[in-house]
Design a protein around this ligand. Structure first.
Ligand SMILES: [Zn+2]
Length: 303
């Protein structure tokens, strides 16, 4: 079975009615258990990343200010989450989860983190519900260890992966590919290695056609020895912060396509959940479960 990484700290305490659906992480863990997607020995529990690990992708002053919960009010507003102790713990745990999933991918081929994808966090600031950029930290740790030489980030969250693109703007070892809604947040897009902005209302057929036209070339150009996949479900038609119009089936086909295309080239792949927004936490969690089902189905059909 595909290893799934999960930490109880993924669901931090939040004020009632906050527009970030933090409860979706607990709900997702329940769906994964209920559907039998979790291996018999349970979730893989990660170690949170250390300060020094986080500083491989972020400025030390920023990481230490996060840890002390001592960011200026405007910096906290830009993040959009209260800087409560559990929210800070969650950021370090989620980055540890993405690193653990990447290490499992390097040995097992495919692994999934049940959180992660905080792609708006840049070196010296957080933004858009993102405090620490888990994919960037995991990438930087594995590059520093020499475990990998070239990394591909496939970011299909509906928002551009601007933080990741900025962190690795001058690092030729990391190829960031973002396919997003052009008119969505962030207003000022970063320049990644490959960025494709979609028109509002793009549905399954057009979306999957663009993806199929882009991904093989992106893989050929990046020649990665590890890939991350941000499987954000906010391109869904019912997402509160999306602008696209993918169906449940469209998301599943997207996830299957990304997994098949990367794994058929024997490239290790770690998935992260990315964004997904709505008042109905159960519906959002069910959408996030799609990439785990796609991973399971991929392994089953290969066997
Ligand atoms: Zn998003």
């Amino acid at each position: 079975m595909v290893a799934i990484v999960h930490h109880p700290a993924y669901a931090a305490d939040m004020p009632d009615g906050h527009r970030f659906p933090m409860n979706k992480y607990a709900a997702l863990a329940e769906v994964l258990r209920a559907e039998g997607l979790v291996a018999p020995d349970g979730f893989v529990t990660p170690e949170p990343v250390t300060i020094d690990m986080a500083c491989l992708a972020h400025d030390r002053a920023y990481v230490e200010a996060v840890q002390r919960r001592d960011l200026p009010p405007d910096a906290v507003r830009r993040i959009g989450l209260p800087l409560a102790p559990s929210v800070v713990d969650r950021a370090f745990a989620a980055a540890g989860g993405t690193l653990a999933a990447a290490r499992l991918a390097l040995t097992e081929g495919l692994a999934c983190n049940a959180a992660g994808g905080s792609h708006h966090a840049a070196a010296d600031h957080g933004a858009g519900f993102c405090i620490l950029n888990d994919v960037a930290i995991a990438t930087a740790v594995l590059l520093a260890e020499g475990a990998v030489q070239r990394v591909l980030v496939v970011d299909l969250d509906v928002h551009q992966g601007d933080g990741t693109a900025r962190i690795f703007a001058d690092d030729p070892r990391v190829f960031t590919f973002s396919l997003h809604a052009e008119k969505n947040f962030p207003v000022r897009k970063a320049t990644g290695r490959r960025d494709v902005g979609l028109a509002d209302g793009t549905g399954d057929g057009a979306y999957l056609a663009v993806l199929a036209a882009e991904l093989p070339q992106v893989i050929a150009d990046s020649r990665p020895d590890l890939a991350f996949y941000n499987a954000g479900v906010d391109p869904h038609r019912d997402d509160r912060l999306g602008r696209l119009a993918l169906s449940d089936d469209g998301l599943y086909r997207r996830d299957r396509y990304v997994i098949e295309t990367i794994r058929s080239r024997n490239i290790p792949l770690a998935t992260v959940t990315g964004g997904g927004y709505g008042a109905d936490v159960g519906a959002v969690a069910a959408r996030h479960a799609q990439v785990f089902r796609a991973a399971r189905d991929h392994e089953r059909d290969r066997a």
